[in-house]
Design a protein around this ligand. Sequence first.
Ligand code: CA
Length: 736
Amino acid sequence: MTTHNRTASSSANIALLTFSLATFTLATFTASCSLLPEALQPAGSTAADRSGGPLPDSEPAAARHIAAVTRSMNAQRIAAADSEPYNWLAHGRSNSEQRYSPLAQVNRDNVERLGLSWSYDTMTTHGLEASPIVIDGVMYTTGAWSVVYALDAATGRELWVYDPEVPRQWSRRGCCDVVNRGVAVWKGRVYLGTYDGRLVALDAVTGEVDWEVNTIDRARPYTITGAPRVVKGRVIIGNGGAEFGVRGYISAYSARSGKLDWRFYTVPGDPSLPFEHPELEEAAGTWDVAGKWWETGGGGTAWDSMAWDPELDLLYVGTGNGSPWNRAHRSPGGGDNLYLSSILALDPDTGRLAWHYQTTPGDTWDFTATQHLILAELELDGRERKVIMQAPKNGFFYVLDRATGELLRADAYVETTWASHVDMATGRPVEDPEFDFTDDWKLVLPAPTGGHNWQPMAFSPDTGLVYIPAIENPGLYLNEDEYRHSPGAWNLGMDLGRYAEILHEEGFSPVSSGYLKAWDPVAGRERWSVEMPNFWNGGVLATAGGLVFHGTGDGRFAAYDAEAGRKLWEVPVMTGIIAPPVTYAVDGVQYVAVMAGWGGVGVPSGDARSSIVPEYGNDGRLLVFRLDGPGQVTIPARRDISIPEPPAMDYDQADLALGSRLYMERCNFCHGPLGFSTGVVPDLRRMDASVHEIFGDVVLRGARLAGGMPSFEDVLDEKDVRAIHAYVIEQARTTR
Ligand code: CA
């Protein structure tokens, strides 16, 4: 365990003084009655016997408190999450993953009084995507490089920090920044998936490692960014890496010992070997062996969404896109390529498949179905239904019967050009062949970023609406004539050299928009929509206070009227927010918490028009608000964003052509398509003379490895690096 010296901000100290004298009792897990809607107040209880207070100051007492509250975390407590609304017990708060809180102390009438209660500096400049877990005044959250933070939820006081020491070279294996979306807490332990594929069980009191297992083939470019879930004593975890070439699967480990109980592969393996489980036999018939997908993996990675229905005893998992993206190379003879881009319903005891629904058969556009899964009860066509809902990347909002997988609704929530509609009789999208990969490049809606990405939605049972952080962003697709897998690189079946030419020659400048959309899942249409300056925005929280909270890519945190979409409150943060907010209460005070730190898919965005990162930096922090909070959000200092004169260098068109192609293959996905990133990783046009001098050392010899810039020694040589350097210098000159 690594301990860092961090201090909460001065406003946290004020909060500490205010609340440190309050009493706490282990027996009461409840906040004051005023926080609960009338219907949720337990009969006969009074405010006096529901005093769940803040963490005690003395260390042994705090340790006893943490031990008691985390050891009591079990299935019964999570199943009854609504009886302790002051806590955020699991990733989406409850098994249904609705991200709706019954707390109402902060509501439509008083939300303008929200002020900063405390903040916590993660001292990182990468994307922050975690949903904090809060149990009886103790908070667990995560940051860049899979670091875990245990904090006093009322004051921000640091209890412990665990750093799994992810090898920095591993940053090359991920598509979208070194992010982590949170932990699970269960019977005295905190469970973490690390970026380099380990599953770690920590002692909830001390942050020390209880057990650790490797969940991946370490020779393959797997990563873990998602939060584990604990279901019936098993820790469920998937992984990512489909862009690079891996085979997706989801695994269940014993929460007690870390022993592997079952594993479900989302795509079939080598056809010359036996099937690992019976479902793969059905899947194998939907792939063309001419594509030899098993050599590199096939994709289908389950890197984020899950939900559990304890009554039906089904675990739902969303699966990812195909690898390579382009199906003409992955499965030349066609086929649906099960179980890509699907919602799976699994038996959590055995991992056997109960049903599946494939949102994008034969995916070819990176249309993952790993997006947030929400369970709810809805009246549809005169019948009460237990449903599962998803807005996957492909642009259609799906409502399925979650007992059977029957398709009930599928309506476009953003503009879709790849398919006109979903045929409700067959459950299949009706594709427009015009938007398949061909030799001509074309713009397709949605883009690989999706109509909606991983940023969680929220469902309010009060309004019956689902709130979607939606994206309208056209994607540029073009075929690669002769596809060959390139180990360690992005493998898409897309000609990235020509891609770069098109960006330059056609003056291609995608206009991308982001929205907060309120979606009526029964009517299958939008109720209201608010456009955001940036396309890449944060997840959503809905509350019984009639509010929807949402952070934005352009650095604001805001609350909207859940019914009408009117903005009721906003605070400038000047750090882009992509994480979803959570809310909880300690000692009768409701808090709203959100992690601010831009990154993820938005890192290399060519749509830099509204990025605030270059100007303000990207100071990662956790911000916690309450009514009349006395603090002020610290606005980071502005930076000089001018482009210095690059050094003299002789190069010709041939150098630039090589540099452009290599740049697109190796650098673009983090540093941005034209040499400029939106700032989470350095904007290469702004390198100063000292960095230009060591350019080769940085790219080939890991001179900036500590900061997360990996070495490319295994795939590039001096001549390649010189060409890339020429390309970057040319971009700087052009921009100047
Ligand atoms: Ca993908």
